[in-house]
Design a protein around this ligand. Structure first.
Ligand SMILES: Nc1nc2c(ncn2[C@@H]2O[C@H](COP(=O)(O)OP(=O)(O)OP(=O)(O)O)[C@@H](O)[C@H]2O)c(=O)[nH]1
Ligand SMILES: [Mg+2]
Length: 228
């Protein structure tokens, strides 16, 4: 389900945000606002943002995961949010995937946007080497500059069904291993690796939250009890 445009994030995501930015839109050193994970009556909200170059395959990845389809896309403008309920460790998670714009000269989302999200999936196209190189030049830098050190990051190499590969798996894996970031290859055309990649990111993000905040653990337990 496509939920909404990013301009209505605060209300549509039912978030209670507590500080985190100064007047220059810089992250200040306050704890990550765990209130952004709220316990609804039935589930926990988890937000994952997809980043990556124009045409890398972000929208196709999300639509394959959320809708189970592969169809023609148009360039994303701004940011759309797609929603899917998933189960992790017997608890229902309302997973919200943020589909961002990846255009030229775009250097990443506003820092304040990171405050709302729990994990980032950085997408590159295995048939387009610059999209891989920009992971380091643009996307990881953007995450780093957000100031939120506890964001889970997962790398996804899309379009692995296509011939004419420019980024081989070994090179990408060694880069990802060097940064301790999981790497998965996918095809939105065939569906290969899509669920595994999205669910890995969601599970890692959730586990990190549970490790970091006992109050969220309680919240998680409450949701679990409500679900059973
Ligand atoms: N063969 C193949 N084509 C893909 C795959 N993923 C995306 N494409 C195609 O690549 C093009 C770009 O895909 P999008 O999903 O729109 O890319 P995007 O990253 O959302 O692009 P922006 O919204 O402009 O940032 C489209 O023509 C897709 O059909 C894939 O896994 N395999
Ligand atoms: Mg798009």
């Amino acid at each position: 389900m496509l939920l909404s445009s990013i301009d209505i994030i605060p209300s549509s995501l039912n978030m209670a945000v507590s500080g985190g930015m100064n007047d220059n839109d810089e992250a200040v050193s306050v704890p990550r606002p765990y209130e952004t994970i709220l316990c609804g009556e039935r589930c926990i909200y988890l937000n994952l943002m997809l980043l990556g170059d124009y045409n890398a395959g972000k929208t196709s990845f999300i639509r394959r995961f959320v809708e189970g389809t592969y169809a023609k896309t148009i360039a994303t403008m701004g940011c759309d949010i797609y929603v899917k309920d998933v189960w992790i460790d017997n608890s229902e998670i309302n997973l919200r995937l943020w589909d961002t714009y990846g255009g030229e000269r775009y250097m990443g989302p506003r820092k304040s946007l990171y405050m709302f999200c729990h994990g980032v999936i950085i997408v590159y196209d295995v048939t387009d080497k610059p999209s891989f190189e920009n992971i380091e030049k643009i996307w990881l830098r953007s995450v780093e500059e957000s100031g939120f050190r506890d964001l889970v990051v997962v790398m996804v190499g899309t379009k692995c069904d296509l011939p004419g590969r420019q980024v081989d798996y070994v090179t990408a894996k060694s880069f990802a291993d060097g940064l301790n970031i999981p790497l998965l290859e996918t095809s939105s055309l065939t569906g290969y690796g899509i669920d595994r990649a999205a669910m890995s990111a969601a599970t890692l993000a959730l586990n990190k939250i549970l490790q970091n905040a006992s109050s969220i653990k309680e919240c998680f337990e409450t949701a679990r009890q409500t679900n059973t």
